[in-house]
Design a protein around this ligand. Structure first.
Ligand SMILES: Cc1cc2nc3c(=O)[nH]c(=O)nc-3n(C[C@H](O)[C@H](O)[C@H](O)COP(=O)(O)OP(=O)(O)OC[C@H]3O[C@@H](n4cnc5c(N)ncnc54)[C@H](O)[C@@H]3O)c2cc1C
Length: 439
């Protein structure tokens, strides 16, 4: 039986392995295995919600082992370290730190991307990235710890700029803007959770962008509207501001004064992990992505595919498909069909990226564009935009769980959030004991 291994159970990899498990795995035409360094999946576009306590990793995740059991594939937790293409071997480190060698006939690389600091001095040491579940949870813990210590020190101070918690986010793309939008609400919830002096007026959030405007993927007018929405909520937006250095007191721009910050967050771009550069002698791009043919097979090995953020799939406009969940989903679909076709000696399909639009969630509202027939774009905002944004996540869940299980998953998640309301804020810090004392 052919051995198919997919490395990376993210937006693209988990959809792909589920499709292959339901087809080739179920009919025992192939042994399908997923390798991931984590035990569970949480859709990356929701990381800012995990970081701000809107989502809970205990409730909103999908365990790989459970998904594997229900969709006829195997799961092994471990980190990919290298490939030997001649012998078709894959080297991984498992959870005990032991190195394992696995055989494959067909391999799919779907390991996503990591934050790109573009070599800016001090960023690695002083900033928090929002690149995976662990970094989102770490950011949440840092925010809660900062709010907690701030609460204990504000009693005798006046509400002046110097008395605020200062958060600076470098990168005015979707990640930075969505995270900034959630922060004032997070502080309000934190205030309700036992420290009534805490409110969003005590928060100063700045989004810093090197380009003349934020959100380059959106039309200029939409980006301007979103800038206004952010500013109305007290969030500062600094454009044309190139950061050249980060130190413990804040960000140093090329021109102008130090941007002071108690918490420094870097969301200015992504690249594929460094170890992918030339892995197994495969062709890689400047940002470490594996270069693929239109069929998503890597250029130097037809038995190795790459999809999602770690793949460089050139499009007709001469640029690679963007690193988005939308592109990862499209690639997973074509890759699954191509692997089935390959086993049946049928011709392979080509991947073409269709931009369906971009919606930015702004806590209780959203704004963006959707692509209509004939690639015309239409602006959407408010409740409708928020529903479309949520629909994207629900469609991802439906691809993994099926329609009816998705309904049950969403309803269970809503119930758990109601039951555990604000538990994230009250269970991990001294405020919990404050609450107990007050009662
Ligand atoms: C905060 C944030 C917000 C975003 N918002 C949007 C949005 O609104 N819309 C949109 O379209 N896109 C958005 N994106 C981008 C989108 O999330 C990614 O493009 C998408 O997740 C890429 O899918 P992927 O399958 O390539 O990789 P990922 O989803 O990143 O999954 C990679 C998987 O590989 C695993 N892995 C990594 N290294 C190894 C290793 N060495 N060994 C084993 N396993 C490994 C990881 O654990 C992970 O499970 C956002 C990204 C972020 C960070």
């Amino acid at each position: 039986m052919k051995k198919i291994i997919i490395v990376g159970g993210g937006a693209g990899g988990l959809e792909l392995v589920t499709r292959l498990g339901d087809t080739l795995g179920k009919s025992q035409q192939a042994e399908v295995t997923l390798i991931d360094q984590n035990a569970y999946h949480l859709w990356k576009p929701l990381l800012h919600e995990l970081a701000t306590g809107v989502l809970d990793e205990q409730v909103d995740n999908i365990y790989y082992a459970a998904q594997a059991e229900q969709h006829h594939f195997l799961f092994k937790q471990g980190s990919l370290i290298n490939i030997n293409r001649e012998d078709k071997h894959l080297f991984i480190t498992d959870m005990n730190g032991e190195q394992l060698t696995l055989d494959y006939d067909i391999l799919v690389m779907a390991i996503g991307s990591t934050a790109n600091d573009f070599g800016t001095p001090g960023v690695k040491d002083n900033c928090i990235f929002l690149e995976d579940q662990n970094s989102a949870i770490k950011l949440r813990e840092i925010l809660i710890a900062k709010f907690t210590s701030f609460c204990s020190s504000i009693a005798n101070h006046k509400n002046q700029e110097k008395d605020k918690i200062q958060i600076a986010i470098v990168g005015g793309g979707a990640t930075g803007v969505e995270l900034a939008s959630e922060l004032p609400a997070m502080v309000e919830t934190f205030g309700v959770c036992g420290h009534n002096k805490m409110c969003s007026d005590l928060l100063s959030v700045t989004v810093v962008e090197a380009a003349p405007r934020i959100l380059p993927a959106l039309p200029e007018k939409t980006a301007k509207d979103i800038t206004k929405t952010l500013e109305k909520r007290g969030i500062k937006v600094l454009t044309n501001t190139m950061i050249t250095k980060a130190e413990s007191d804040g960000f140093y721009p090329k021109e102008g004064d130090l941007i002071k910050a108690d918490i420094m967050i870097w969301t200015a771009g992504v690249k594929a992990p460094n170890f992918l550069k030339d892995i197994g002698g495969l062709e890689s791009s400047r940002s470490n992505q594996l270069v693929v043919k239109p069929t998503l097979q890597t250029t130097r090995d037809d038995n190795i595919f790459a999809i999602g953020d770690c793949a460089s799939a050139l499009q007709e406009n001469g640029r690679p498909a963007p690193p988005t969940a939308q592109a990862a989903h499209g690639m997973a679909k074509i890759c699954a069909e191509n692997i089935v076709n390959m086993l049946k000696n049928k011709p392979l399909k080509t991947f073409v990226y269709h931009d369906k639009g971009t919606i930015i969630s702004l806590h209780d509202t959203a704004q963006g564009v959707v692509t209509l027939v004939g690639s015309r774009q239409m602006g959407v905002k408010g409740w409708i935009a928020l529903q479309i944004h949520r629909l994207l996540y629900r469609m991802h869940l439906a691809n993994l769980l099926g329609f009816f299980k998705t309904l049950r998953f969403i309803s269970a998640s809503k119930t758990m959030h109601k039951v555990k309301s604000a538990a994230i804020f009250s269970s991990r810090n001294p405020i919990n004991s404050d609450l107990t004392k007050r009662k």
